[in-house]
Design a protein around this ligand. Structure first.
Ligand code: ADP
Ligand code: MG
Length: 586
């Protein structure tokens, strides 16, 4: 008697649900993606208690006739692919035909749908995979699917659903991403009838960013556009003055599919190198279009990641385009900050449960408008001043030093605070980097050669990579047990700091084990040496030294950030100062 049995379809669906339906937002994702695939122009997602009680997705897409509405709940039933080859030319978000049967196997689903080629609409109620009701209904074009009692028959899964605000936060982030990836569709997300996300579907990505993040962010985004033989890149990146503490705002889409891909994220993060601290991350919205044969969308159970052939080419395109945009358009951060939309919204998400408990009946009538107020005429007119332009017109006059650390400078456009350490780090960094890149190396002999003693493993490591030191202009030889002797060094090493610099460089070579990209290696050396050799905070400097520092700073390629990404200079514009003192009233 055979022990192996083919499992019934419902059990197979329940097992598939384990992969597809993990949390509330994964149900929302599948339903909304179906609405997008159905060519909806308006999608309304209504959650009750963060979706724990009910998830409803209403769209004005093509809908389904009765036959399709029933078929949609069968395993592997899809209208999106037919042949094997279709798998390599996928232009819809769904294609596996497993979301609806999986969701319906672990919940109560009510589907109301109508398509133009039917006489009337269809209503289906299905619980635990069993159809409970199937009847005619009214004829509103589109589909409405509601899901309740999620995981009622899989208690182990139910246990893993988190609290309302956690599930809700995931849904907000999901809908924001979907809205950004389809800026031609209007999205509304409500929880207990309160609006959390609302986009107009204008087809304008910048407007969509404004609707989601508010004015403070949208006014600080830079448009980017570029392409190479295989990829078209379009999107917006934020100036380094508005950074977040995690990578959740790296929003990348390939052929309109929102994905989380390590290679793309790395390209973004690397491009901001030295423009931001390592622990802060920008808001970046990138749309990439490519030939579908260059990507494989079938590598992740919930289709969140894809495999990209030519990953080196896409890395370089993203990296170079962002780096270029940042270089061309950097600004001095404005000291006067407007409230951020997200701060308001985060606060709202945290508080809404409390409020709703206190005032459930009235809250139902209140629809909170979270859109940021339209910019004032004055703000609209105010064009950002690019510092390169500004500096070309302008000397900064030091007027004093505050807290022994910040040089206060002024000109007719405003008052500036310059962090003396950060500014000098930037100056030294660029100076060292230029020297390191220079092919014509001038060297100088050490009157007293420097010996450095290493552990045996460090000694062997360095011995393998001595050519790196030779190329940099060092004359170095073995000198007894685990020791090297340095007899010459490149002239750019700062006098008095030769030994310390050599130690730093040797440490970096050993740490990198020779496997490095020469550009990054030079950057690391320049950063390390620059930091070490710069005046510190709380170190008194004369007014003349401050003046010299400012003059050198403005000549830097990027005078706005230290090489660790902190700002070097902050501006209080004359207008803002006058506004704060109420000399001007608008
Ligand atoms: P997939 O999206 O991978 O095809 P699903 O299980 O998500 O699989 O959906 C099955 C089918 O049901 C889809 O291929 C589509 O034809 C139909 N369908 C689902 N949702 C909608 C909707 N909102 N509007 C129109 N058709 C839909
Ligand atoms: Mg689907």
């Amino acid at each position: 008697m055979s022990k192996i049995k083919v499992m019934n379809e419902n059990l197979a669906n329940k097992i598939a649900a384990g992969e597809v339906v993990e949390k509330i937002s994964s149900v929302v994702k599948e339903l909304v993606e179906n609405s997008i695939d159905a060519k909806a122009q308006n999608i309304v997602v209504s959650l009750t208690e963060g979706g724990l009680k009910k998830i409803e997705v209403l769209d004005d897409g093509v809908g389904m006739d009765k036959e399709d509405a029933i078929l949609a709940f069968s395993r592997h039933a899809t209208s999106k692919i037919t042949h094997d080859d279709d798998l390599f030319f996928i232009d819809t978000l769904g294609f596996r035909g497993e979301a609806l049967p999986s969701i319906a196997s672990v919940s109560l689903v009510t589907l109301k749908t109508y398509s133009n080629n039917s006489d009337c609409g269809t209503l289906i109620e299905i619980k635990g995979g069993q159809i409970l009701k199937e009847e005619k209904t009214d004829s509103r074009v589109g589909t409405c699917i509601s899901v309740s009692e999620l995981f009622y028959n899989t208690p182990a899964r139910l246990k893993y659903l988190k609290n309302e605000s956690y599930e809700l936060a995931n849904c907000v982030s999901l809908i924001e991403r979907l809205a950004l990836s389809h800026d031609n569709i209007s999205f509304v997300l409500t929880n207990n009838e309160r609006v959390l996300v609302k986009t107009s579907g204008s087809g304008n990505l910048h407007k969509c960013i404004h609707e989601i993040y508010g004015l403070n962010v949208s006014s600080k985004m830079l448009e980017i556009k570029n392409s190479n033989d295989d990829f078209d890149l379009y999107g917006y990146i934020c100036k380094p003055e508005i950074l977040k503490s995690n990578r959740n705002h790296f929003i990348t889409m390939v052929n309109d599919r929102v994905i989380k891909n390590n290679d793309l994220n790395k390209a973004i993060n690397d491009a901001y190198y030295t423009y931001k601290p390592d622990t802060k991350y920008p808001i970046v919205v990138l749309k990439i279009n490519t030939d579908p044969t260059l990507i494989d969308v079938n590598i992740h159970p919930t289709k969140q990641d894809i495999k990209i052939s030519k990953s080196k080419e896409i890395y370089e395109l993203i990296y170079n385009t962002i780096k270029d945009a940042l270089y061309k358009s950097l600004l001095i951060p404005d000291a006067v900050k407007k409230p951020e939309y997200n701060e308001i919204k985060d606060q709202y998400v945290e508080n809404f449960i409390k409020e709703q408990e206190e005032d459930f009946s009235t809250s139902k009538q209140v629809v909170m408008d979270l859109s940021y107020p339209e910019p004032l005429e004055e703000e609209k007119k105010e064009e950002p001043i690019v510092i390169n332009e500004e500096l070309k017109r302008l000397v900064l006059y030091p007027v004093g030093i505050a807290h022994g650390t910040y040089i206060i400078a002024q000109n007719e456009e405003g008052i500036y605070m310059v962090d003396q350490h950060a500014a000098q780090e930037r100056i030294n960094y660029e100076r060292f980097l230029k020297c390191l890149k220079n092919k014509e190396i001038t060297t100088t002999s050490l009157l007293f050669p420097i010996t450095i003693e290493l552990s045996s493993s460090e000694f062997l490591s360095l011995k393998n990579y001595l050519d790196i030191l030779f190329k940099m202009g060092f004359k170095v030889e073995e000198f007894g047990l685990n020791t090297f002797i340095f007899k010459e060094h490149p002239t750019w090493l700062k006098t008095g700091y030769e030994e310390e610099s050599i130690h730093k460089i040797v440490d970096l070579i050993i740490k990198n084990k020779g496997e490095f990209d020469p550009v990054k290696f030079n950057e690391s050396i320049a950063i390390t040496l620059a930091c070490k050799m710069s005046i510190k905070a709380n170190m008194r400097i004369s007014n003349e030294a401050a003046e010299e520092l400012l003059q050198e700073l403005v000549l830097c390629d990027n005078p706005y950030n230290c090489p660790h990404g902190r700002p070097t200079i902050i501006k209080f514009s004359t207008y803002d100062i006058e506004r704060m003192f109420k000399r001007v009233m608008n």
